[in-house]
Design a protein around this ligand. Sequence first.
Ligand SMILES: *Cc1c(COP(=O)(O)O)cnc(C)c1O
Length: 418
Amino acid sequence: MTDYRAALKATDPDVFEALIGEERRQRDGVELIPSENYAFPEVLAALGTVFTNKYSEGYPGRRYYGGTEFVDVIENLARDRAKALFRAEHANVQPLSGSPMNQAVYLGFIEPGATILAMELSHGGHLTHGAPVSHMGKIYKFVRYKTNPQDGSIDFDHLRSVALKEKPKLVVCGYSSYPRDYDYKPFRQIADEVGALAMADVSHIGGLIAGGAMRNPMDAGFDFLTTTTHKSLRGPRGGMIVCKKEHAKTIDQSVFPGLQGGPHMNQVAATAVALKLASEAPFKAYASQVLKNAKALAAALTDQGAYLVTGGTDNHLMVIDVVKSFNINGAEAEKALDHAGVTTNKQVIPDDPNPPLKPSGVRLGTPAATTRGMKEGEMKALARVMVEAMKNHGDARRLEALRQETRVLCSRFPVPGL
Ligand SMILES: *Cc1c(COP(=O)(O)O)cnc(C)c1O
């Protein structure tokens, strides 16, 4: 077998050196960005295979290229596993990432200029849900519902009145910075009432749904569930769509040839592997530990004077209002935490009065730290490090000492695949 690493090192030492640096960074610091994770080692193995060499436009059994007997096997495995895991009638595992996956739903089912109802972006909605800077935001008319910042609940009376007035063709739920779970049924009912399709973009929590720790929108009769495969699912970077059978043909045509060309078959192989692992018992324990760790981290932060948006968390993530808590902005907090060896990201809070590059919050999540085996005790230790770092954000020596503490903590929890 070719030793790919040795070949890379010999041929391109510059790239190899950057890889070594990145490995060290991932090992020595704590990763608390809620959309990031450590892929399963078997996923890394599948990604670095000759499946990347193969063109296979089309779908299993109906390809535009010869030599597809083995890629058909892996795509069928990935599709069947996705259907089983999310209790869906059809799956498309070809979207190259989260953004094209959502575009494939919009462009396949909604006429340009039509209305889509989605969550207010500063309340936790995602860029791909019609941000004005995105092409989708220009092609469609996005209208918004909001959350109650006090407890994060969704005002369904208000959502319904917006839906009745605006007559959306699609109701979207899903988020990247909302720290609560959804009750999916009212979304479905309101969509039915106005004749709209219902789509849940569960990109952040796909793994937590697969692991049985969070609700599955397909159980509430949603038309589409979209999810990235590289976040809580621990697969390769990619996206996938599961849907009702009646939408199968349209969604497949929308992904290919509507939006994309040849699928990345090494990514599809890695997705199949991640879906297999996500269906096994250890992953169920992982998914529930992610939530326990988030609760423990939220409680410890709150005990030490941090104000969390909506007052806590029901999922894997939380947003600290750092202006209110420590009188610093999100950019300053992100930098201080970085110096203390804790990777997070600055984050707008609902109806944030401050600009996106200096917002009022930072966003934290537990999927990656949980993958390393950290538990509630480590969350408590990390909360202390983080609060000290934010309180002493101007003190370089203090931050360096905290960084050492983080490194010692991390040395006890190896990164899978490293
Ligand atoms: C991450 C994310 C996406 C986009 O995924 P990319 O792979 O970065 O394009 C879409 N929707 C939600 C809710 C996400 O969290």
